[in-house]
Design a protein around this ligand. Structure first.
Ligand code: ADP
Ligand code: MG
Length: 211
């Protein structure tokens, strides 16, 4: 279980008076039990995206602790901490800007798979097995998507590639924020259904935007 305790986040206001700041988060406690689905709900500007980025480790809180089960991960060594944080993956909102346009899907996924294989000491065949496995999980045909560039895929396929890339590192938590607030309702439902399946089948916790 991942826990964040007493999260505070303050942003300096750009161009504001000296010392002026925005309190985006104040004393937020959040538990993410294994295999849970959590939705962060609140009006626009209340700090949902900030909290999502902090959960995923993309942004550092101004203060607060990260716990794994009940141990404070700041007391771990850097390698172990990095491995734990890599297990919490953010699915980016806009699949167009999240995917490098000049690389094929094969290159995009292989970069992440090779790095993860190296950093976590996988055997030499792991990448070959895991590449088709993650595409199968997101319901895409490797023969079709791998040689193509992001712009050659449909609007329904691109977010699935973003999810496949997150799955490449064997995450325990996926943070979707507004990743699935696609305009197209059927695409949105498809992605939410996929995340629900990943939770059920793999026990991955998901942090979702409000319904
Ligand atoms: P939500 O996702 O709930 O709409 P956000 O997390 O985006 O809310 O923003 C929370 C507050 O923090 C807002 O007042 C916003 O203006 C401010 N904020 C968010 N990101 C930054 C930033 N990088 N720099 C300055 N202020 C920010
Ligand atoms: Mg937001």
């Amino acid at each position: 279980m991942v826990r964040r305790v007493g999260i505070e986040k303050t942003y300096r206001v750009r161009g504001g008076k000296r010392g002026e700041s925005v309190h985006a988060l104040r004393g937020v406690d959040l538990d993410i039990p294994d295999g849970s689905a959590i939705s962060i709900i609140g009006e626009s500007g209340c700090g949902k995206s900030t909290l999502g980025r902090i959960i995923a480790g993309i942004e550092q809180p101004t203060s607060g602790t990260i716990l794994c089960d009940d141990t404070d991960i700041t007391k771990w060594n850097a390698g172990r901490r990095r491995e734990f944080l890599r297990g919490i993956q953010m699915i980016h909102q806009d699949p167009y800007s999240a995917l490098n346009p000049v690389r094929t899907i094969d290159e995009i996924l292989m970069d992440v798979l090779r790095l993860h294989a190296r950093e976590s000491g996988k055997d030499s065949h792991w990448v070959d097995r895991h590449l088709p496995a993650i595409l199968d999980l997101v319901g895409l045909d490797p023969g079709y998507v791998l040689p193509r560039y992001p712009h050659q895929l449909s609007g329904g396929m691109r977010p699935r590639i973003v999810i496949a890339r997150a799955l490449a590192v064997e995450p325990t938590v996926l943070v979707a924020d507004e990743a699935v607030s696609l305009n197209d309702v059927s695409l949105r439902l498809g992605i939410l259904g996929l995340l629900e399946r990943l939770r059920n089948d793999l026990g991955i916790s998901v942090v979702l935007p409000p319904p």
